[in-house]
Design a protein around this ligand. Structure first.
Ligand SMILES: Cc1cc2nc3c(=O)[nH]c(=O)nc-3n(C[C@H](O)[C@H](O)[C@H](O)COP(=O)(O)OP(=O)(O)OC[C@H]3O[C@@H](n4cnc5c(N)ncnc54)[C@H](O)[C@@H]3O)c2cc1C
Length: 298
């Protein structure tokens, strides 16, 4: 197979997923500037022609690597510049800027606490748009104005509006169409003139993140909540898996729906524990637990 000169091979990507399980990429590319963005369609074509899987990574805080070596191309986004116009309240940000870091700086430097509730929300703007990440009544789609997006197949750069993006609960047009179309989110604009919320909240977000959520090797809540009355955390606890360890994997005793991995943990243990929780909840409650975190398979 004729490879591309700018693709790196057999790169260690252990640090790029929230669980930090040991993993490698057969092909790897970092997007550092606009010239790199222009190479992405060629890389995508290379992957398609050689039947190789293709994955874009932001912060990796929503991806479980269920493999030792990813057989295709991992594209790691590194575009992370952003600016805020204090007069127009417009935020323009590259897609790999971290949403919590923007929220904190808006508050501390610009006295603009409009994204206060996003303080402590891990991951990049691109990942947050993809899954319409949210917490405490705010969602990424709320203040979203537009995004500059590369259609990887055609090489065309599109500007997608809020309507085009079709945000709903933890979902967007980009996520919805992932099996048929592939897009790379380059940058986005947000109108931060006023709070756009699903519901009001004056939660102490720093206290909540510090005391009610475990840190380190995790991607946060693993399963979707089947309903507000039957949360995944409640169901996991009800089948005696809160704080349960299986090899190097565990469900946290601080928050039962937080799947955790030890340092040098094995992805196989994570999958075994996920399967065990699904089987027990299905048997005891007749409910199918569906992962919120993406399980990336080889
Ligand atoms: C401790 C902890 C707490 C959390 N709490 C919350 C919470 O309160 N609310 C919540 O919603 N989530 C929460 N999460 C999950 C996580 O923060 C979000 O899912 C976040 O948006 C993931 O961003 P990321 O950059 O890490 O995405 P990644 O894991 O890198 O990617 C996720 C998906 O987005 C795609 N993607 C990423 N960047 C781009 C791009 N530029 N173009 C196209 N596609 C792209 C990827 O291909 C992948 O399919 C938590 C996670 C942790 C670890």
């Amino acid at each position: 197979m004729q490879t591309l000169p700018f693709l790196q091979e057999n790169i260690d990507i252990t640090a790029l997923s929230g669980y930090k399980t040991r993993a490698f990429a057969r092909y790897y590319f970092e997007v550092r500037d606009r010239d790199d963005v222009e190479k992405l369609s060629e890389i995508f074509l290379f992957a398609s022609e050689n039947s190789l899987p293709f994955l874009i990574l932001g912060g990796g805080k929503n991806c479980l690597f269920a493999f030792h070596t990813y057989p295709g191309v991992i594209v790691k986004n590194m575009l992370n510049q952003w600016e805020y116009d204090i007069d127009t309240h417009m935020l323009r940000t590259d897609s790999d800027a971290e949403i919590w870091q923007i929220a904190e700086t808006l508050e501390n430097k610009y006295d603009a606490p409009i994204w206060h509730r996003f303080i402590g929300l891990p991951g990049s703007i691109g990942g947050a748009i993809y899954g319409n990440a949210g917490c405490f009544g705010l969602e990424t789609g709320g203040n979203f104005s537009s995004a500059e997006v590369l259609d990887l197949e055609s090489g065309e750069i599109l500007t997608l509006s809020k309507e085009d993006m079709h945000f709903w609960y933890r979902n967007s047009f980009i996520k919805e169409t992932r099996s048929t179309r592939k897009f790379f989110i380059i940058s986005a604009r947000f109108d931060l003139g006023k709070v756009v919320e699903k519901y009001p909240s004056d939660a102490d977000v720093r206290f909540f993140r510090d005391t009610k959520q475990p840190k380190w090797n995790t991607c946060g809540s693993f399963f979707q909540n089947p309903s507000p009355d039957n949360t995944a955390g409640f169901l996991i606890e009800s089948v005696w898996l809160r704080g349960f360890h299986l090899g190097t994997a565990s469900f946290s005793d601080v928050h039962a729906n937080f799947l955790m991995s030890e340092t040098d943990g094995k992805w196989q243990n994570l999958i075994e524990l996920i399967t065990l929780a699904q089987e027990r909840v299905r048997r005891e409650h007749g409910i199918e637990l569906i992962p919120e975190v993406q399980i990336i398979q080889a």
